[in-house]
Design a protein around this ligand. Sequence first.
Ligand SMILES: [Fe+2]
Ligand SMILES: [Fe+2]
Length: 336
Amino acid sequence: MKIFITILALVFTPISVITVHAKEQGQVTQPASGSALRKAVLDGLRPSIEADIKQKVIFIVDKIRVSDDWAFVQVTPVQPDSKSIDFRKTKYKERMDEGVFDGATTWALLRKKDNQWVVLTFQIGPTDVCWAEWDKAPYNCPRKILPYGDKYKITRNTHRTTMTPIDYENLWAAVVDMPSHRDRYSVHGQDHWKRVERNGCVLTARTGAKIDVVRLFSLFHDSRRENEGWDPDHGKRGAELAMAMRGTFFDLTDEDFDLLHYACVWHTDSDRHADPTIGTCWDADRLDLGRVGMIPDPAYMSTDFGAEIATHGVIQPWLHLAGAYLENPMTHHYYR
Ligand SMILES: [Fe+2]
Ligand SMILES: [Fe+2]
């Protein structure tokens, strides 16, 4: 949770706030390709990476953010002839075998001492946002050099005691506006979330699920994916985002929030669930498998109604049932 609130605080700042030409002390700069500063930072990083994977490397640079004597770097190390590194021949083979190596992307924090850039820490291929707490001990770097800087923060309203109807439009806008890797039509993007919401509303008409939990699940469950492939912790991150936004953008009772949290965290790891709300969330997601060429299997549906729809093959004959919750279920997933 603590980690995710930090991430959340970071992810709202538009890139445009980064001042490329800023010279003033304390400003964040992104040294240009070919600049002496950029070369000095990369020269500082290279020996650590070469020692770690026991081979010569050059870097493809994604980000270098410098402020005074601090530098944050996001790079992809490659062989000197620009070919990809075979990490199976490095100490990372074990992590690859365990499915906890997320590619060659490398993040590093450096600090200048005696005119030399010194590596404080780095990680190659982490499966989480490794830099999220580098602004805290032991590194204590300025937060502004981390991706997205420090302009926006979410403060949880812990004093709120009354429940009000959820403003879904406002809530969706806040989540959709967060920087991410995806476009709206990516297989786990907002077009999918909308169909899950519609499916969930159809199912709820007969399963007796808690509709707000189902609608919130559709928004949050894939919201913090970091890629469209293997991303085992994305449900957990989605749940943590819901937790961070609860009390500010929406509220639920503790009991209902626990359902939402559970449904998000376990939506890819578990088969079925007997609770009608959790089962409805998962069925709503699985009924959208058609988008990736998979036919939903009635055997993997948690609710009888979900199994009935899966057996039929398409949800269209039941779309009208979502009319109790959505303005226009037939076109709900189309963007205006
Ligand atoms: Fe997912
Ligand atoms: Fe999904």
